[in-house]
Design a protein around this ligand. Structure first.
Ligand code: ATP
Ligand code: MG
Length: 372
């Protein structure tokens, strides 16, 4: 599939100039990486993950899941993390965790991640990974942690009154996720770029401080898709936690209801102008992604049909696109024993790799005396 739209990428000179510059730099680098992938995907070890805070949605699909599947099929090695500890960054209690983890694994497999070669694992089941967070915390300053723009935004949206230590430090935890298996490529959405920066800093500082400057940890690259920030039905980033997401597992009727309630604007004609009409343009983009067509073309076809016709087209396109994924997902969800087996195998594979890395880290740091 070729998803080439850039609908939600902010233009130069918008409110967030630093963010825009780093987004453009990451896009340039992603284009270079795509050429390397095309030449030899097997040189890449990929780590990605999601919080089990709810069902995966179209933002995940077009932002990262489709890319994961494509890279796996091209021959890259794939690690997929169920970030269960990180659920607690912005809430006091992780609700319905086992149900949500089963759902996440079902979403992965339904969208095409192949457990025969991908390692799907959960944070809490890999103790040696979590232990890496301690030395890593010593490699970043409190000031660096405090100025992370994604963490700041998540603090603003958090359900908690006070900011927990886990919220402030979770990018360091993510560095442990990436570096325990020495992943060198991380397919992400725009929100993750500041975190990748933290992981790169930690890898570099560890290598300098403890590995004599050699590349014990590789410096991981973010890989952005063409849809790094799909908007939800309210015109802000589509997120599990914001009630604005179209879940991959939603029924056709739920999808229709969500799209019917989506925000549009007062203009009658439908155009694709991401900068001036973000809500309408993101709906156009959604239909275009699902139809694998250019957004301008889709908008021109609807034209004077207005919002009602736009919503009809989007609903039909999304439901059509998701039909086979939903069918596979329903079959998988009916077999929780199989889903747990996939996770058990992945946990065991990840734990063996994490123990090896921790042993090497101990040797480099002079820690771990007396451990086996
Ligand atoms: P939550 O609201 O619970 O934080 P989320 O919807 O933001 O959930 P995450 O589990 O935090 O999802 O993100 C998992 C991955 O999906 C990350 O790589 C993130 O960049 C990507 N992603 C999430 N939402 C979008 C989106 N709207 N567009 C593109 N990529 C996205
Ligand atoms: Mg998130």
């Amino acid at each position: 599939m070729s998803h080439t739209s850039t609908a939600t990428i902010p233009a130069a000179g918008q409110a967030d100039p630093a963010g825009s510059a780093s987004l453009r730099a990451a896009q340039r680098r992603s284009a270079e990486l795509e050429a390397l992938i095309a030449a030899d995907a097997a040189r890449f070890r990929i780590l990605t993950g999601d919080r089990p805070t709810g069902p995966l949605h179209l933002g995940h699909y077009f932002g990262t899941l489709a890319g994961r599947v494509r890279l796996q099929r091209a021959g890259a090695e794939l690690f997929v993390l169920v970030a269960d500890y990180q659920v607690l960054t912005d809430r006091d209690v992780a609700d319905r965790l086992s149900e949500r983890i089963d759902g996440l694994v079902a979403d992965y497999l339904a969208t095409g991640i192949d457990p025969a070669t991908a390692t799907i694992f959960a944070h809490s089941a890999v103790p040696a990974l979590n232990q890496l967070m301690l030395p890593f915390l010593s490699l970043v300053s409190v000031t660096e942690l405090g100025r992370n723009p994604t963490v700041k935004e998540e603090i603003a949206l958090s359900r908690q009154r006070a900011v927990s230590g886990l919220m402030l430090t979770y990018p360091v935890h993510q560095a442990a996720d990436i570096l325990f298996c020495k992943a060198n490529l991380v397919p992400v959405g725009k929100d993750q770029l500041p975190h990748l920066q933290v992981a790169r800093t930690i890898a570099r500082r560890f290598d300098e401080r403890y590995a004599g400057g050699s590349a014990f940890f590789p410096i991981p690259d973010p890989l952005l898709s063409a849809t790094p920030n799909l908007l939800g039905t309210d015109g802000t980033k589509m997120s599990k936690s914001r009630g604005n997401a179209i879940a991959l597992s939603a029924t056709a009727d739920e999808t229709a209801r969500l799209i019917r309630g989506a925000r549009t604007d007062a203009r009658r004609d439908i155009t694709f102008e991401a900068d001036v009409r973000p809500e309408v343009s993101s709906l156009v983009q959604l239909a275009a992604l699902c139809q694998d067509r250019a957004p301008d073309e889709v908008a021109a076809e609807i034209g004077a049909g207005g919002s009602a016709e736009l919503k009809r087209v989007v609903t039909e396109s999304v439901n059509e696109f998701l039909r086979p994924i939903r069918q596979r997902r329903a079959d998988l969800a009916a077999d929780p024993g199989y889903l747990r087996g996939v996770l058990r195998d992945g946990n065991a594979r990840a734990a063996a790799i994490a123990s090896g890395t921790l042993t090497d880290v101990h040797a480099l740091m002079g820690t771990g005396h007396g451990s086996a």
